[in-house]
Design a protein around this ligand. Sequence first.
Ligand code: ADP
Ligand code: MG
Length: 554
Amino acid sequence: MPEQLQILSTLKEYFGYDRFRPLQQEIIDSIFDGQDNMVIMPTGGGKSMCFQLPAILLPGITLVISPLIALMKDQVDGLRANGIKAAFVNSSQQENEQQDIYQKLIDKEIKLLYIAPESLSFIDTILSQIEISLIAIDEAHCISSWGHDFRPAYTQLGYLKNRFPEIPIIALTATADKATRQDICQQLNIPHAKQHVASFDRTNLSLEVRPGNKRVEQIIDFLRDKPNDCGIIYCLSRKTTEMLADKLQNSGYKAAAYHAGIDHLKRAAVQEGFINDTIQIVCATIAFGMGIDKSNVRWVIHYNLPKNIEGYYQEIGRSGRDGLPADTLLFHSYADVVQLQKFANMSGNQEVQIAKLERMKQYADSLSCRRKILLSYFGELITEDCGNCDVCKNPPSFIDGTIIAQKALSTVARVKEEEAIGTVIDILRGAQNAAILDKGYQKLKTYGIAADIPWRDWQQYIIQLINQGYLEIAFHLNNKLRLTALSKKVLFDGQKIYLANLKEFEKKKEVVTKQTNKGAAPDLFQKLRELRLELSREAGIPAYQIFSDATLKE
Ligand code: ADP
Ligand code: MG
């Protein structure tokens, strides 16, 4: 292993930095120690350094698997500018260009080789002729279908460990819930990889969720006190990005649309303009942002509900990378939820997608600190409320929910963490359906101990407990409820729990409904129809018995 001093002087000499960011040093040490490593660090946290610096000092070549050609080129250009011998291989190159790189590899004139997973098979024979010291798998969540950017070619990467068992692998990603994390290590055949999880808490980002009515007016209002700040508005559809860019231009903003359907020259121009501050606002689909290193993005708006929390967190994470305050705003509409449900149903693994969407919806509906929810989603538990989200700034009133929490958690414990939310509530309420009776749950101590609390309220309370980190949902195991490290404090240490007053919640909902009613009547009907379906599912009676379509039209 190189001396500490040598590592630090390399950091200074090649990158110009005096010290490491959190976790970088221990990750680098662990690589020199020959271990496999799994790195979870937010966007902008400094993941690349974790393999770029070792690559300089290790005797052989570091192979970097990276998903996007554009990202690859940027990184290689950056490294070369710092005097590091780096190259990439991908399908956009001419054959003679590639031959040239192969020769350099054999002549040991390259320290870092970037390659897309799809191209790996082309360099197979070269790989046996060169000395490889480290394999880095960037954006490793692409391997997992639990993740949000699944790429089939990534799933073949598992063979690397079999082929090069002695060579350390480092997998890096910005967004991975626990299930994804485990899946990544399993698929890469590095079950014993050291896990390094950096804090995801970006305290400088304010969080706000608003009902999605009259969004354009709300956005223009939002921009009033930020006339010159740069920001991104994420939309679900290409059409919306163009509509919005138009309207903002008409209001005098330097706005542009960006989506995968725009030709690549124009897209590059938008990206360039945004980086150079000649374009102030980009209205984009999620195609925009990966690999954009712009530190002064002051706000991010989600015009539509994102399809999961990973994506949402990554997108808002593109603001405030300079550490200064930045504002994020999410519009929540049930029409979006319905749309996203349709997409999820068409996707390969719909159960996971639906469960993740459900979690996103719970975040948007939350009555407790939103940051707690985000962080607990990534397995990070904070005890204090953040004070920088709309719920903290304008909190609902709370009730002492300790007894409620104890009842719920002890039921989850009694069913051995084997049941999802619905069954747990059925037990608490003493339901007599077959699912309960067949399993003998009527014999549990907590069976029927809280029949006085309506089903819907129970659902809300349990969501609040999840959001506060006292329970979690195992998406990959049929959404079973699980206890967390915090659960013990409630069950055994008598920790007090506060839950939002649901009466108040109903009041808030009414306000939302009334507002929606004013501008967008169809949205209201959509919402009522949803509510009816929800009620019918819960009560187990046909929807038309709850209220008729005629009622909806009144
Ligand atoms: P990530 O891949 O985690 O999103 P990057 O590797 O692109 O992040 O790094 C983000 C920025 O942080 C880059 O501009 C990089 O040069 C910078 N950076 C990395 N390590 C350090 C460090 N130790 N000190 C200061 N800046 C750093
Ligand atoms: Mg990166």
